[in-house]
Design a protein around this ligand. Structure first.
Ligand SMILES: Cc1ncc(C[n+]2csc(CCOP(=O)(O)OP(=O)(O)O)c2C)c(N)n1
Ligand code: SF4
Ligand SMILES: [Mg+2]
Length: 621
């Protein structure tokens, strides 16, 4: 095969397809989004299936279903998304299903940042979810190794009937290198998938894909069986690269991107006549313990280098068995060590902020900040409307907002009130917690369409059902803005996005979700209105609706939501003016504007379920 210059995330997709992967289920998250995008563009053409799931939880359970049906299947994500997948990974390991999972790691804990990190080592090597289980974990350091290991991973997964995890990081995912998809990779004799539940077709006894063993002695026997195979892995699978151990007094232990940086440092030191060695684990589980027992006499000290606060160091301690002193150098939070090991604590990631000229008086509902939103984006305008309403209602001091994960993730920088930052989709649950313990505060969420209508559908539906006395500002721009323009549940039929490159096709990806219409059916939803901000007259109407929603909360009447049709010129590929026209011409016909629920006119059917909302003031809960 010729060598091709490719990006890391795309290499993973191409290698998986070569390995016979016919199903991919994912959810957008930086810095791995190019991988699902690659699969969306290439997998269907090679006869496979691609589904952009509504969340990582759904994606990993789609993997469970496809793997249990006997096909080669893959999913990928980045740290917070892999955290969400842990329940499913534990079930997949328990049911002994093969699959390949990719974690393009970024900094944590929590939402963290999007820069490269290695701080999911514990999560990767200690199981990650509940129960006694292990994954085979590969940590490539180059795109060629990534291409090879992805293909090998599918064989290993089938051989051991176990998930195989590949950990990369944002740097490997984003970098470009020449890659050859090799035909001479070591292949394995693989067992038949005589356990797959594909339908008996009346020709065999039923099969069950399961991880439930109610009798403790049966569960123990099952786990013992799993551990026989982990023991086989422990003996057969450790992979390690060593460089320059002979004659070295200092040996560095590093994996993945960090090992590349150490190689550069070694070259720089060699120019000064200093010789150090490198141990680069390629499998993180099983850990290559044996290499530490056979180090040359010259070695006096080990130095562990990681992009974390020191997670692999525990395995090095176990492997070293107290023979040599161990030191540690680590950068964390997305900081990458340099070959010169120079610390540049002052350096900050470059954002998308740009200066704007103030042309009208600001509201005190917002803080005087430069905006990070793209030119022509209407997020900022919607912020202003909310800020003005909070000021005009005189509730700024007791307002508490909840920001989502999306382009408005930095909403806490703008609103001039207390703010919480929530996990992706969870803002209505966070708002519930706040409102229940501080019932006299004015609590609102500000959420995008991916956040509210995809990963967070459960939370918003249940907050409305409970008639939580909160106000939701739902910004529908028909796309995932922040992650670079993937399909959202609200994307229009025919609309091109990076995961629907041929235009959204209802037969494959379903129909645009009309959340306001859905939520207006919920008994506990007291006030629901859809507005737009594509021209000044509509902006005024939008402000009126936002004010009404907060008034409903202040009257203690329960759940209020205003859906605002908003622009994303950047990902729609339109200039700001054309984007506003697109809202009018394309979005409004699909998302008609208007009031769908008010406390004054509850629909007749609600009498049978006890009536909507409540009254009695804003401390009614
Ligand atoms: C658990 C988890 N999964 C995925 C992501 C990546 N992510 C960040 S923002 C976003 C989508 C945002 O789209 P939307 O809610 O429509 O807001 P917009 O950017 O369009 O305003 C996603 C998927 C994440 N941060 N956390
Ligand atoms: S990507 Fe889209 S939604 Fe995000 S700030 Fe830019 S224009 Fe606005
Ligand atoms: Mg959006």
């Amino acid at each position: 095969m010729p060598r091709t210059l490719m990006k890391g995330n795309e290499v993973i997709g191409a290698a998986a397809i070569r390995a016979g992967c016919t199903a991919f289920f994912g959810y957008p998250i930086t810095p791995q989004t190019e991988l699902p995008e690659y699969m969306a563009a290439h997998l269907p053409a090679s006869g496979g299936v691609f589904v952009q799931a509504e969340s990582e939880v759904a994606a990993i359970n789609m993997v469970y279903g496809a793997s249990g049906s006997g096909v080669r299947v893959m999913t990928s994500s980045s740290s917070p998304g892999i955290a969400l997948k842990q329940e499913g990974i534990s079930y997949i390991a328990g049911a002994e299903l093969p699959c390949v999972i990719v974690n393009v790691m970024r900094g944590g804990p929590g939402l963290g940042g999007i820069q490269p990190s290695q701080s999911d080592y514990f999560q990767a090597t200690r199981g990650g979810g509940n129960g006694d289980y292990r994954l085979l974990v590969y940590a490539p350091a180059s795109l060629q190794e990534l291409a090879d290991l992805v293909q090998i991973a599918f064989d290993k997964a089938d051989y051991y009937r176990n998930p195989v995890l590949i950990v990369a990081d944002g740097m490997l995912g984003q970098m470009m290198e020449p890659v050859e998809f090799r035909d001479d990779l070591p292949r394995m004799e693989l067992p038949a998938k005589d356990w797959a539940a594909t339908g008996t077709m009346g020709e065999r006894a039923p099969r069950v894909i399961n991880s439930l063993y109610l009798k403790p002695e049966e569960l123990e026997a099952h786990i013992h069986r799993l551990f026989v195979k982990y023991e086989q892995m422990r003996v057969a699978e450790p992979l390690v690269e060593t460089v320059g151990l002979e004659g070295a007094e200092l040996v560095v232990v590093a994996y993945g991107t960090t090992a590349r940086i150490v190689r550069s440092a070694m070259a720089l030191l060699a120019e000064e006549g200093i010789h150090i060695g490198l141990i680069r684990p390629i499998t993180l589980y099983p850990y290559p313990m044996d290499v530490f027992a056979t180090l040359p006499e010259s070695v006096r000290r080990l130095l562990v280098v990681e992009m974390s606060m020191g997670q692999m160091i525990d395995d090095v301690r176990i492997a070293n068995e107290g023979r040599l002193p161990i030191s540690f150098v680590g950068r964390t939070g997305g900081m990458v060590p340099t070959p010169q090991a120079r610390r540049r604590h002052g350096a900050r990631p470059v954002g998308r902020r740009c200066a704007m000229t103030v042309v009208f008086a600001p509201t005190i509902g917002l803080q005087p900040r430069e905006t990070h939103y793209c030119p022509g984006c209407t997020h900022g305008l919607i912020h202003r409307l909310v800020g003005e309403v909070l000021d005009e209602l005189g509730v700024l001091g007791r307002a508490i907002g909840v920001a989502p994960v999306g382009c408005s993730v930095l909403a806490y920088d703008y609103f001039n009130c207390d703010m919480h930052e929530a996990a992706h989709g969870r803002a209505p649950a966070v708002a519930t917690g706040i409102k229940r313990v501080l019932p006299d505060r004015v609590v609102f969420t500000y959420q995008g369409d991916g956040d509210l209508a995809s990963i967070g559908t459960g939370e918003i539906v249940h907050a409305a059902h409970r008639s939580e006395n909160i106000t939701v500002i739902f910004v529908n721009n028909a796309i995932y803005g922040m992650t670079g323009g993937q399909m959202a549940p609200t994307t229009l039929i025919g609309q091109r996005t990076t995961t629907t490159p041929g235009g959204r096709d209802a037969a494959l990806t379903g129909y645009p979700m009309r959340m306001s219409e859905m939520l207006a059916q919920v008994p506990g939803a007291t006030y629901v209105e859809r507005v737009s901000v594509h021209s000044p007259v509509y902006v005024r109407k939008a402000k009126k609706a936002i004010r009404k929603a907060f008034e409903v909360q202040l009257a203690g009447q329960g759940f209020s939501l205003v859906e605002v049709l908003s622009s994303c010129p950047t990902n729609w590929g339109l200039d700001p003016a054309a984007a506003l026209t697109w809202i009018k011409d394309e979005m409004i016909p699909v998302y008609p504007l208007g009031v769908m629920r008010t406390p004054e006119n509850p629909p007749a059917y609600l009498t049978s379920v006890g009536g909507p909302g409540r009254d009695g003031g804003d401390d009614a809960h």
